[in-house]
Design a binder for this molecule. Structure first.
Ligand code: AMP
Length: 282
């Protein structure tokens, strides 16, 4: 695997690969790689000739400086995992490489209500930071395919809006959520949970599976109430939201027939760790 830190070198190599007819896949990450990230690499390897992974802990998408500082950076281990996965190129830029004018000089995008809804409401400015970093990566790598996890469902919606607005030819490929044995969605932040908290956090996925298995038996408001009660019964859990949304438009739905596809999205804090999960119903 080639490791490059400079955008210009990365751009030159990808241009060369493309000139020889290679189809390019990009997997953007913040590192501390786990099986969820590696599933994206695997998908990209299957569908492209050249797979690029980026590792960059993006300062502009964090709301709390403490969360940014504490974000794990096991770079050597990540490189080993990417080599095993036979990733072709790791782009490992530093902050100046991506934000040459500094992190306060951000571009503004018209992401609409998505920017201020659910995750956007709880994390002001988060999606502006995500859009800024992904826009910059897309300009450097110009991938044919961009691999994103369903785990961050609203992020996928935001990036779909960005691609449309900026007229990028890149296609988004959304990959399924990889889970731990108790159902907990894999996340680099799970490392910050104690063993007991991690066990308890399995209750979030159990609630989503309960919804998936029962939604035809209840009205939506009733099932939402029951599900919220389940989450609230998890020790140390503080529910931020559990919302039923149109999976395409990503707007709230209040009955089963008001959308062709429904996704249930939730954000729950267990002690100080904020966890996201979701499930597609139909
Ligand atoms: P992150 O490093 O957390 O920014 O995540 C990088 C990419 O990996 C994003 O597209 C995430 O949605 C995806 N991802 C994170 N966790 C998982 C998971 N458990 N299963 C599948 N994809 C994931």
């Amino acid at each position: 695997m080639i490791v490059l830190k400079k955008s210009s070198e990365c751009l030159d190599l990808v241009v060369l690969k493309k000139s020889k007819g290679s189809i390019v896949g990009l997997v953007p990450t913040m590192g501390a790689l786990h099986a969820g990230h590696l599933s994206l690499i695997k998908a990209s390897k299957q569908e492209n000739d050249f797979t690029v992974c980026s590792i960059f802990v993006n300062p502009t998408q964090f709301n709390e400086i403490e969360d940014f500082i504490q974000y794990p950076k096991p770079t050597e281990n990540d490189i080993g995992l990417l080599e095993q996965a036979e990733c072709d190129l790791l782009f490992l830029p530093n902050e100046n490489e991506i934000y040459d004018k500094g992190i306060n000089e951000l571009d503004t995008y018209h992401l609409g209500y998505l920017e201020h809804y659910l995750e956007g409401a709880s994390r002001p400015g988060h999606f502006k930071g995500v859009a800024n970093v992904v826009d910059r990566f897309l300009k450097i790598i110009k991938p044919d395919h961009l691999y994103l996890g369903q785990k961050d469902y609203q992020q996928v919606k935001v990036l779909q809006a960005l691609l449309l607005q900026k007229k990028f030819a890149t296609k988004i490929v959304m990959c399924p959520i990889v889970r731990e044995s108790n159902g907990l969605a894999m996340s680099s932040r799970n490392e910050r949970l104690t063993e007991q908290q991690r066990k308890n956090a399995g209750g979030i996925a159990e609630t989503l599976f309960f919804i998936r298995d029962n939604y035809r038996n209840y009205g939506l408001p009733e099932l939402q109430k029951k599900s919220i009660a389940r989450i609230n019964s998890i020790p140390e859990a503080k529910l931020d939201y559990l919302e039923f949304c149109d999976a395409d438009a990503f707007t709230t739905v209040s009955d089963w027939n008001s959308a062709k596809h429904i996704v249930v999205v939730t954000a729950v804090k267990i002690a100080a760790v904020r966890l996201l999960d979701n499930i597609l119903l139909h």
